[in-house]
Design a protein around this ligand. Structure first.
Ligand code: BGC
Ligand code: CA
Length: 338
């Protein structure tokens, strides 16, 4: 009996070694953008490593427990999408104890935390850039002369009346996208009148509720809706549909911006659902948050760390030995382009 248990234990522990997987800890598997990020990881991984996904269910406490658990196995590295970007500090301190390198993704730790240890990296995109592209899409729509807006200035007052749907408070993308989109429009001479900025947590269902509250108040004034991400833009479109917008009068399955009680909604991310809504005429445009390239960068960097190779040899530049920045891309249909 003792011998059996002994053999069994040996088999178990050797199994563990051969089926080696890198822990990949997501902040929340209900987040549409993170799900497309995860899918890209599986789709593009042709390296010698495999990833094991964990869902922190949007709780930093649960995420910390998951990390405590995976560190017990002394993994060669971990990938973390923090629930709270400020939570990165504790995660780094813990990983130092087991000497486990960390690649953070999507939620950017503070620079001082990243700089506190040389085995920490961040793969992400710069929120200012997404805001500038989003502003450009809206400027293209309202015409190139800010002093003589076209018919999308519905009340003809020379100002663009807007609603801004903000992402989760404290998230770098929510804070910076919101501020920078307004700055960019204003720096280019476009006069914005912000009817309301409201947080909808980056979520479709919350944005739907928020828009249902705002529509009775601002319905006839809104000329554009800026959304910090596509998930919330989809929620806004659902609410607008129920309120009689996007009517598809000729029933051809597509919404026509000239005749169908159209209102421009612009998102960020480029998730599949949003691209479809652009094709069907509901969503005016989006900015692609290139999770495919991010996934490829994470895979290459992980493989280098895993194989004890110099991370600087991968095909993505690593700034200050820390940051891999992936560019955003603008996306709208050609009919809207100048
Ligand atoms: C995306 C959001 C997403 C968030 C998650 C952002 O970069 O634009 O859609 O909810 O990341 O952290
Ligand atoms: Ca106006």
């Amino acid at each position: 009996m003792i011998l059996l248990i002994f053999v069994f234990t040996i088999t178990l522990s050797s199994c563990k070694k051969t089926n080696y997987e890198i822990p990949f800890i997501l902040y929340d598997e209900e987040d549409l953008f993170m799900m497309s990020f995860r899918d890209s990881i599986f789709l593009h991984n042709s390296s010698d490593i495999t990833f094991k996904m964990y869902d922190s269910t949007n709780s930093q406490i649960i995420q910390n427990e998951i990390i405590n658990g995976v560190l017990l196995d002394s993994p060669k590295l971990i990938i973390v999408n923090p629930v709270d970007r400020l939570g990165a500090y504790t995660i780094i301190e813990k990983s130092k104890l087991t000497d486990t390198p960390i690649i953070f993704i999507n939620r950017e730790p503070l620079a001082e935390d990243l700089l506190s240890w040389d085995k920490v990296y961040y793969v992400g995109a710069k929120p200012e850039q997404s805001a500038i592209y989003q502003a450009e899409l809206v400027m293209e729509l309202f015409g190139s002369n800010p002093n003589n807006l076209n018919n999308y200035d519905l009340n003809g007052d020379g100002k663009i009346q807007c609603i801004i749907l903000k992402g989760q408070e404290g998230h770098q993308d929510a804070e910076i996208r919101t501020e920078a989109v307004v700055n960019e429009m204003e720096e280019n001479g476009y006069d914005l009148e912000i009817l309301k900025i409201e947080s909808a947590d980056f979520r479709t269902s919350v944005a739907f509720d928020v828009m249902n509250e705002l529509l009775p108040i601002y319905r006839d004034q809104i000329e554009v809706i800026f959304s910090n991400n596509d998930a919330m833009a989809i929620g806004a479109i659902n609410a607008l549909k129920e309120d009689g917008f996007f009517t598809d009068d000729n029933e051809d399955g597509k919404v026509d911006s000239n005749i169908d009680n159209w209102i421009p909604v612009v998102g960020i991310d480029g998730i599949a659902e949003a691209i479809q809504l652009i094709e069907d005429g509901y969503l005016y445009g989006t900015v692609i948050n290139d999770s495919e390239s991010m996934a490829k960068a994470v895979i290459e960097l992980s493989s280098a760390i895993f194989n004890n190779e110099d991370p600087e040899t991968i095909s993505y530049p690593i700034l200050y030995g820390k940051y891999i920045w992936i560019d955003y891309k603008k996306y709208s249909l050609p009919i809207f382009e100048e």
